[in-house]
Design a binder for this molecule. Structure first.
Ligand SMILES: Nc1ncnc2c1ncn2[C@@H]1O[C@H](COP(=O)(O)OP(=O)(O)OP(=O)(O)O)[C@@H](O)[C@H]1O
Length: 328
């Protein structure tokens, strides 16, 4: 079921089979995790499980506690309370048995001064006893071979993000943590990075990311946890969270062939569940919980020109859960 969704999102690309996640120890188990900074309860009892092979997202607005949660999962910040296990092992205090299995993306802006892109990846690979060949293959993989000899600090924003991911992946970790990996990228660079992250996940690696971008989470993640004020408000597959909302769909067609009044009459006669029918002279829009009968009526009237059906999105889920607008 999960992989079918991914297949369609990935434009028909075939998903590589991977072992069923439930057969394995979860990649991450966190129970009742808390972190306080002075008076501020930044993380307030987070409980979550990430299965091996999952693409998992932590969503939320600024200050929700995503980064603090991620850092505790990574083992770089000590929780005040709670239990965390990665592949059944505690990441805190720093656990040398776990280090080769996890990859933590560092900020793209903090490469070692004076090193080229190639040297940067080779350095990271060497830290884990991996050779030049593997590092260079990773550089190729992220599409940076052509700029391998360029000073890392002179790369474009998109290239720098790709380089930081190459460094994160150079030792082939099973579990990859990314903190807002596409922040600040232009739409094309974002999409390129999405492709790369999907490929990494398709190889069977577990990917956990934080993001402000709800579209990104909806497209990439198998499951997301929506966080606000240090708490997880809800966890689930993006599509399931959206479906649970039971919100209105908006069916829109070009104005002209049929008036709003006629449409209302026909929809009532057809027994369709309609909340509103409006026409602004450009589009006729029907808000409904049952788009099927609406589409049938429009088809019968030959009024399907310019058809668009817009359902709820994760943004609506966020609004519903937090009672406030999503500000990326
Ligand atoms: N080292 C720190 N010392 C004190 N307060 C901190 C520290 N790090 C984060 N905070 C505060 O804790 C809260 C949670 O921050 P955190 O960075 O975890 O949230 P976030 O969801 O990742 O937000 P953003 O999207 O802005 O990165 C915020 O109010 C932040 O100001």
């Amino acid at each position: 079921m999960k992989d079918m969704r991914k297949t369609s999102v990935r434009g028909g690309t075939e998903v590589q089979p991977r072992p069923g996640p439930h057969a394995m120890t979860p990649a991450i188990v966190a129970e009742g995790v808390r972190k306080r900074y002075g008076e501020l309860q930044a993380v307030d009892g987070v409980t979550l499980t990430v299965e091996a092979g999952e693409f998992y997202g932590l969503l939320g607005p600024n200050g929700a506690g995503k980064t603090t949660t991620l850092e505790m999962l990574e083992g770089v910040r000590e929780p005040d309370e709670g239990r965390i296990e990665l592949f059944g092992l505690s990441p805190w205090p720093r656990n040398p048995r776990l280090l080769p299995r996890i990859g933590v993306q560092f900020q793209a802006s903090s490469f070692f001064r004076g090193l080229t892109a190639r040297e940067s990846v080779r350095l990271f690979a060497a830290l884990y006893g991996r050779g030049h060949r593997q590092a260079d293959a990773m550089l190729e993989r992220v599409g940076l071979s052509a700029v391998a000899g360029v000073d890392a600090e002179r790369l474009s924003g998109g290239q720098a993000h790709r380089l930081s991911i190459a460094c994160t992946l150079a030792h082939e970790p099973d579990l990859v943590f990314l903190d807002e990996p596409t922040a600040g990228l232009d739409p094309q660079a974002r999409r390129n990075l999405w492709d790369l992250l999907r490929d990494v996940n398709r190889e069977g690696r577990t990917v956990v990311l934080t993001t402000h971008y709800l579209d990104e989470a909806e497209i990439l993640c198998d499951r997301v946890s929506v966080m606000d004020r240090g708490k997880v408000l809800k966890t689930g597959a993006p599509a399931a969270l959206v479906r649970e909302l039971d919100s209105l769909s908006h069916v829109s067609v070009q104005s002209g062939p049929i008036t709003a009044d006629t449409m209302r009459g026909l929809l009532t006669a057809a027994g369709a569940d309609v909340a509103a029918v409006e026409d602004d002279g450009v589009s006729l829009v029907v808000a409904t919980r049952t788009p099927g009968p609406v589409l049938t009526v429009l088809a019968e009237q030959g009024a399907l020109h310019g058809l668009q059906v817009r359902g709820a999105t994760l943004e609506d889920v966020f609004l519903h859960l937090t009672g406030r607008e999503y500000r990326a």
